[in-house]
Design a binder for this molecule. Sequence first.
Ligand SMILES: NC(=O)C1=CN([C@@H]2O[C@H](COP(=O)(O)OP(=O)(O)OC[C@H]3O[C@@H](n4cnc5c(N)ncnc54)[C@H](O)[C@@H]3O)[C@@H](O)[C@H]2O)C=CC1
Ligand SMILES: O=C(O)C1=N[C@H](C(=O)O)C[C@H](O)C1
Length: 266
Amino acid sequence: MAATDGDGDADGPVRLVVTGATGRMGEELSDAAGDREDVLVVAAVSRTPGSVAAEAAVGTHLDAALADEDHVDAVVDFTAPEATAEYAGIAAEHGIAFVTGTTGLEGHDADPLGALDAAAESVPVLHASNFSRGIAALRRAIREAATSLPGYDVEVTETHHNGKRDAPSGTALTLVEDIEAERPDLTERQHGREGEAPRDDTEIGVHARRAGDVTGEHEVLFAGNRETLSLSHSAGDRGVFAEGALDAAAALAGRDAGRYTFTDLL
Ligand SMILES: NC(=O)C1=CN([C@@H]2O[C@H](COP(=O)(O)OP(=O)(O)OC[C@H]3O[C@@H](n4cnc5c(N)ncnc54)[C@H](O)[C@@H]3O)[C@@H](O)[C@H]2O)C=CC1
Ligand SMILES: O=C(O)C1=N[C@H](C(=O)O)C[C@H](O)C1
């Protein structure tokens, strides 16, 4: 059914449908929403079996979930690129705001980035590779360091749990784009090194590690002029991403159609 004007019923919670609900982030979102009064998960969509923390309708199809609910303010999606492409289109058909944290969208065959742009013609759409406030602050610090340290070598390293599908992480790619915007001389992304591989001045190193249950760590190393500067962030648990995504959904619902960033809403 159609979206409301942003705050659910007059003073009621913002009503959400969560996709990928039985995944790591999906479960975390339902858990986090259960502790808040400003948002309510009214339906959960998942194509894989598992538990859903919310007292919500559980189904396998987003289209049916949106048709069944009296009103929904936003879809919150943490799934996979092909699912995000599909779900963005369905949310737009129903006139409902779409928030997604899915990564690995760049260059994917399903064209999820194109699907987000198309959806944004009729509904508000927000994609963020990382919903933690610490990463938002790290991005500001990195842009400042990149402009203040011209000519320094830059290496970006990320570490994640062994279940992560995409590499490098979406956050690492966002950090690399931020640095490249300030350092147009860094034209080559060097993903790992092997054999005889002397460093070139135009390189920005990008390195992905996968191990155990690490939630998410990112480090940007600047080195030159007989000094190093290391800026890093470590997520304690997935709750930090879930809280940020719920904040974003609450702030996005009811806005005009278009693309939004997490920092627009902070
Ligand atoms: N932006 C951010 O702050 C964060 C982003 N992420 C991203 O969120 C995504 C999900 O991460 P996790 O929850 O750890 O993954 P997960 O593998 O635990 O869960 C993925 C969920 O998506 C569903 N799914 C996968 N393919 C599907 C398809 N084709 N159609 C419908 N449903 C499908 C699965 O059934 C599962 O419920 C990843 O892209 C990850 O990088 C994860 C944490 C934070
Ligand atoms: O898959 C994850 O877990 C995470 N993915 C995001 C990414 O790819 O940057 C954000 C966070 O680091 C956790």
